[in-house]
Write a protein that binds this ligand. Structure first.
Ligand code: ADP
Ligand code: MG
Length: 269
């Protein structure tokens, strides 16, 4: 692995979401005596509930999910198809809001903050990868990896720092073994290469946590294993915290711990 994935490469704020200013609301559940930083989970869910409404029918999916992710850990979330794994990951990533319960990030409540604060939080601190990669088809691998700073910085700041961003994007693509594919478009890449591009894109903002929804779900076993090796290296060598949803126990067993969703609740393995 290259040592180029370095938290000091950019001046992104790393001191927690409170740097986001008054948008971020401290959790009431943390209003008691302050705990040492090391015992505060990076990400935690308490009594999380979420259902979907289909006409008059209310479909309960998460019925009270409790769990906590400690910094530096690699956690797999498993469960049958339809058990609510993606729903949970979307809630953790603030892509959707729960019906009830709380989500905290570094001890601060994030489930009820305004949309703009959620977007800032996600852009700065969360990296996400998905089963179907979600790359933009008209852009090259390198350009896809450059999207996060383009969005986060705006045109002028991006343009001013473009050489630095490009250097970082190239080094991240090197880290995932794609130096020879910088100018390929997604349709010119294999599934494994597309997922590796998506991983590089997720790392671009130097996230504190990587949320992965079935990252190997569309890949054959060997290619899936290659993607897993990259995720494991990022976790072990760079201490990146990872939460990965998978239905594949061979993949899940490679994580530090497994959380199983059963009937809308968590069963710790
Ligand atoms: P998993 O990722 O574990 O396969 P999901 O979280 O995608 O499960 O879905 C959980 C359940 O919620 C499923 O029964 C699914 O059909 C339902 N569901 C998911 N998204 C929606 C939605 N937007 N509207 C209605 N039902 C949904
Ligand atoms: Mg799913």
């Amino acid at each position: 692995m290259s040592s180029s994935v370095d938290s000091r490469t950019f001046d992104t704020p790393t001191s927690g979401i409170s740097t986001g200013g008054p948008h971020f609301i401290a959790s009431e559940s943390n209003s008691s005596a302050p705990r040492p930083a090391s015992t505060i989970p990076l990400l935690a869910a308490t009594d999380l509930k979420k259902g979907y409404r289909k006409g008059k029918l209310e479909i309960p999916v998460l019925r009270g999910v409790d769990f906590a992710i400690q910094p530096g850990k690699f956690t797999a979330i498993v469960g049958q198809s339809g058990s609510g794994k993606s729903t949970l990951l979307h809630l953790l990533g603030t892509l959707d809001a729960p019906d009830a319960g709380e989500i905290t990030f570094e001890g601060n409540r994030i489930d009820n903050i305004p949309q703009i604060s959620r977007d800032i939080l996600r852009n700065r601190h969360f990296g996400m990868i998905f089963q179907f990669y979600h790359l933009l088809p008209e852009l090259t691998a390198l350009e896809n990896v450059l999207i996060p700073p383009m969005i986060a910085e705006g045109v002028i700041r991006y343009w001013f720092n473009r050489a630095r961003y490009r250097k970082r994007a190239e080094s991240l693509l090197e880290t995932v073994g794609l130096s020879h594919r910088l100018n390929h478009r997604p349709r010119e890449l294999s599934g494994g290469e597309m997922q590796r591009t998506a991983i590089a894109r997720a790392l671009m903002s130097d996230p504190k946590i990587l949320l992965a929804d079935e990252p190997t779900g569309n890949l054959d076993r060997q290619t899936g294993q290659e993607v897993m090796s990259i995720l494991r290296s990022l976790n072990q060598e760079q201490n990146l915290t990872i939460v990965m949803v998978t239905h594949d126990m061979t993949i899940a067993k490679q994580a530090d711990s497994i959380v199983r969703l059963v009937e809308g609740r968590v069963e710790q393995q």
